[in-house]
Design a protein around this ligand. Sequence first.
Ligand code: ADP
Length: 407
Amino acid sequence: MKILVANCGSSSIKYQLFSMTAERVLARGLLERVGDPSARLHHSTDAGRHELDVYAPDHSSGMKIIFRILADPEKGVIKSIYEINGVGHRVVHGGEAMIDSCRVDNRVIAIVRGNFDLAPLHNPPNLAGIEAAMEVLPDVPHVAVFDTAFLSTLPKKAHRYAVPADWYEGHHVRKYGFHGASHKYVALRAAELLGKPADRTNLITCHLGNGCSMTAVAGGKAVDHSMGMTPLEGLIMGTRSGDVDPAVVLYMLGRGLSAQQVDAALNKSSGLLGLSGVSNDMRDLLALSHKDGDPRAADAALAVEMFVYRIVRYIGSYYAILPGLDAVVLTGGIGENSVPVRAMIVDQLARLGARLDEARNGQTVNGRAGQITADGSALGVWVIPTNEELMIARDTKRIIGSVVPRY
Ligand code: ADP
């Protein structure tokens, strides 16, 4: 069985073609600057890498270019696009209706469109991608895999905000959560590595990339999560603030900023970038924070310190609400690679019984999974590289095999 996974952003399409027999990636690529005259396709297979200037004025033409290269006699990996048995589409917001991945039909399309307001930057291109792929392969099952679905098990006490009830009832104001495919993938993998059934595993999973989020998982199900109605709430991120007093927004509006300016400030110039004034990239900040004599070093160090502090604070609160804790799992670009940030997190979890194994921490990089705490540590901290695309491919395969629509 071959499954194509598509992830459409506003100006890009990422894709991976899987052979599901051994869960092998046959081809992967990125079409960037969709809608711009300088659109470029990066395509790679076991046989080589290709970079091509392409004409992709919209997602529909972009998707056709991707199907064409997959079946290209020289650069492709399949003889015909009809070898593809299903297409899995990443969709950011499924709202309350979508509690699982789901085969795309008119109702699912209406739900994705109905959530445009809740995810204005993501759901419209996600839907454009679905429609474009369905145009090319109308007779093949298409599956929508929602970022929000794994978080749909959050109980009311965790997902409601203490605001007037009609904000929820009339305007859908609640916590939804994001990065669901990543949290689900690492939670399942952690259960495997711990040798426990997934439905008896209690975890705190931390996705630390440009966007950062954390999930409390009890018996394999998400019971709390750090992102909110939008991906702005919670941890400090590359350019997003995470938690702030909501009155700060009103205060800054009162100081003369427009709603758009406040929105842009909180989403694009806050977080690590806002604190350091220099970069949203953890590597830059770690390097800068150790540069003697550089006047920006103190701010860079503070950004890193606050990033870690917020994570530890959330871990503490999730520890308190979980029925037990088998492991803390770190993933995402920072979780998978940043040896110093991981060391800081584990050191600050000493009160919960975590003890760092420095050698393990140093070795668990470049896509390796493993425990970075010492044997006998009362709390285990694990690094598990995420694989959202594989999770989407697996879900697509599962949903194609079932006939009942799941909403
Ligand atoms: P996205 O959320 O966009 O998918 P990633 O998961 O790739 O992002 O994570 C990007 C972050 O990972 C950046 O802050 C980057 O600095 C960080 N990162 C990647 N490699 C390393 C490394 N070796 N050390 C520290 N940080 C790293």
